[in-house]
Design a protein around this ligand. Structure first.
Ligand SMILES: Nc1ncnc2c1ncn2[C@@H]1O[C@H](COP(=O)(O)OP(=O)(O)OP(=O)(O)O)[C@@H](O)[C@H]1O
Ligand SMILES: Nc1nc2c(ncn2[C@@H]2O[C@H](COP(=O)(O)O)[C@@H](O)[C@H]2O)c(=O)[nH]1
Length: 219
């Protein structure tokens, strides 16, 4: 433990004591609460537009808490450490998992690890405010198991062809990585029925309206 590379995480994770992984500690909405302060999880295949929708939600609701995931992948051009992700090493990721600091985590597209730092999410929910995660299917399943009250929303493309077009058009992955992501996407599409809601991202504005309504954020 003594040599664990935890120092970079002090600002993000070091508030308060460790929160044990029990259902009771994850039941965020107090009795009688209207449910607006629930955890909402957005998942769906690569390039369906999850990040775009989250950006639009943030634009509309600057105070909305959106978890910043940790990942072992490298930053893309323009991505800022601590804003888009916490970009960490494999050793740092191991340390966080060992310390049960991750609410959920997964190896995504058979390649890099991604995880949700537990404490900021729990603190936000315990303060009675909503929280949003944008994670993969395996992570959504873990959240479902740990926090049965969470609202799971599957973001679906209007068609498979449109999904491919968005992935290719984004231009952030080479062909091999695109193929890997599309293989994962086929599996993820089969799992839509496990979610509480499905929102088709045919238009960013319309899909965001729908998620706003689900989260109780619309005036
Ligand atoms: N409704 C939409 N119509 C057309 N293009 C869209 C729409 N929503 C998002 N896009 C575009 O699709 C591409 C992928 O979007 P985005 O990066 O938000 O996907 P993602 O689901 O977060 O992907 P990943 O899971 O791979 O990180 C982007 O170029 C984005 O501008
Ligand atoms: N299980 C988790 N999955 C996550 C998390 N943060 C992001 N993701 C998912 O990873 C893929 C790829 O993301 P990219 O930024 O490399 O394109 C995407 O589907 C995200 O939803 C997380 O904390 N846990």
């Amino acid at each position: 433990m003594g040599s664990r590379p935890e120092s970079r995480w002090h600002g993000v994770l070091a508030m308060g004591h460790h929160v044990p992984m029990t259902h009771a500690s994850h039941r965020a909405a107090p009795p009688g609460h209207d449910g607006a302060a629930r955890l909402t999880v957005l998942a769906g295949p690569t390039a369906v537009g999850k990040g775009t929708i989250v950006a639009e939600l943030r634009r509309r609701h600057p105070g909305l808490f959106v978890s910043v995931s940790a990942t072992t992948r490298s930053p893309r051009c323009g991505e800022i450490d601590g804003t888009h992700y916490h970009f960490i090493s494999d050793e740092e990721f191991d340390a966080l998992v060992d310390d049960e600091q991750m609410l959920e985590w997964a190896t995504v597209h058979g390649c890099h690890r991604y995880g949700t730092p537990r404490r900021p999410v729990i603190q936000r929910l315990e303060a009675g405010a909503p929280a949003l995660l944008e994670i993969d299917l395996a992570g959504a399943r873990q959240v479902r198991a740990a926090m049965p009250d969470a609202r799971l929303v599957f973001i679906a493309p209007p068609s498979w062809e449109e999904l491919v077009s968005r992935l290719v058009g984004r231009g952030t992955e080479g062909q091999r990585e695109q193929e890997r992501r599309l293989a994962t996407a086929r599996v993820e599409m089969e799992a839509a029925g496990e979610f509480d809601h499905t929102v088709i991202n045919d238009s960013v504005a319309r899909a965001t309206d729908e998620i706003e309504s689900l989260m109780g954020l619309r005036g």
